[in-house]
Ligand binder design. Structure first.
Ligand SMILES: Cc1cc2nc3c(=O)[nH]c(=O)nc-3n(C[C@H](O)[C@H](O)[C@H](O)COP(=O)(O)OP(=O)(O)OC[C@H]3O[C@@H](n4cnc5c(N)ncnc54)[C@H](O)[C@@H]3O)c2cc1C
Length: 328
């Protein structure tokens, strides 16, 4: 499979990247590690006129503690850099777990945080070669008017399968988006539309500059659990991220966040009816949260395992994540 032709730019700093984005807007794509983008381009799913590589933009690389105690993770930081960072391993171990669950070491060496967070949704009937796709009607994601995964479906159900976003949302991370003339920081969950066709809510001329993590709380515990076919490589079939801030004696959950991945078209922040606000930690409490996850998970038949199984596994993994987080 060959790459289509495109114009290539290799800026060296953020202002020139933003200038290029302002100039080429809609027809430009950003290249991080290329592990998601180049596969889609080779499959003919995307034919951008312009590719702007971020590889030379050193300002976007690295993990920096800021004066206010927050941590800034640049968009070009690789998954491997997260795994090798002593700050991440010590202060945000849940993030190190999620990073370790991404794919396999060769892809962790290439894949970047920015690329991971803005990766496309996926579908068994869409992420295929052009020849394979010709055997089916053109689907919503490819610009058609049908869904090949959900018979009679009125929109695209492609699944979001990123591993980092659920944990970063559970950690209440904010994302910094920049364009020529200004920047904004928004809660990471607001980056996602929850829609299969266009999963990321950002202007075409916007660059994801980085992620801001709040200072760690000594009573916060986090855990990431992932179901996949092959431990060595695969995308999540279900992923569960949980962060709990506990009382000093660890008998109460003061606050917390539970986030699912791979069971919808975006990361799913489980609306738990206040179950994680000042709640007594107990087996019944864990079971109620597992049920809330089960209800929130809305998988469809567009990855390799049946949706009913993945829905049940959302409950199982939530229970496991909570039990393991509480033991840490
Ligand atoms: C076999 C295989 C297995 C995989 N398994 C997993 C897995 O288990 N879990 C998982 O999470 N992912 C998985 N992936 C997807 C991918 O490898 C990772 O998500 C990786 O982190 C993507 O980062 P990248 O830098 O390579 O992204 P790229 O391919 O460079 O970019 C991905 C998208 O993000 C956009 N982009 C990149 N950087 C920015 C930026 N700074 N601002 C705005 N937009 C940007 C690009 O334009 C593109 O649309 C897998 C991929 C493959 C091929």
């Amino acid at each position: 499979m060959k790459l289509p032709e495109f114009e290539y730019f290799n800026p060296r700093d953020v202002p020139s990247t933003l200038e290029l984005l302002a100039l080429h807007g809609e027809q430009a794509v950003l290249l991080g590690g290329g592990t998601d983008l180049l596969v889609r381009m080779k499959q003919g799913l995307l034919k951008p006129g312009v590719v702007i590589s971020l590889r030379g933009v050193e300002d976007l690389r690295g993990i920096r503690k800021q004066k206010d105690g927050t941590l800034m993770i640049g968009a070009l930081t690789r998954i491997t850099d997260l795994l090798e960072s002593s700050v991440i391993r010590r202060k945000y171990p849940g993030l190190a777990q999620a990073a370790g669950a991404v794919s396999a070491p060769p892809l962790q060496n290439m894949g970047t945080v920015g690329g991971n967070l803005t990766q496309e949704t996926r579908c068994l009937y869409y992420n295929q070669s052009a020849m394979w796709r010709r055997s089916k009607p053109t689907c919503f994601k490819a610009g058609g008017a049908t869904c090949n995964a959900v018979k009679g479906g009125s929109h695209c159900f492609a699944t979001y399968q990123g591993d980092l976003a659920p944990m970063l949302i559970a950690l209440s991370a904010r994302v910094v988006l920049s364009k020529k003339g200004g920047s904004r920081a928004i809660p990471l969950e607001d980056l996602y539309t929850g829609k299969g066709k266009i999963p990321v809510r950002k202007d075409p001329d916007e660059l994801l500059e980085g992620i801001i993590l709040p200072p760690p709380d000594k009573n916060t515990v986090c855990r990431y659990e992932k179901l996949r076919l092959r431990q060595a490589l695969d995308y999540p079939l279900v992923g569960v991220a949980v962060c709990l801030t506990l009382s000093e004696d660890k008998t109460r959950c003061v606050s917390g966040r539970l986030v699912l991945t791979a069971v919808g078209s975006g990361p799913v922040l489980v609306d738990d009816d206040g179950l994680m606000q000042d709640a007594e930690v107990s087996d019944d409490w864990i079971q109620s949260l597992a049920e809330a996850a089960y209800k929130a998970a809305k998988p469809v038949p567009n990855v390799l395992t049946p949706p009913a199984y993945r829905k049940r596994m959302a409950r199982v993994l939530t229970r496991r994540a909570l039990n393991r987080a509480l033991k840490d």
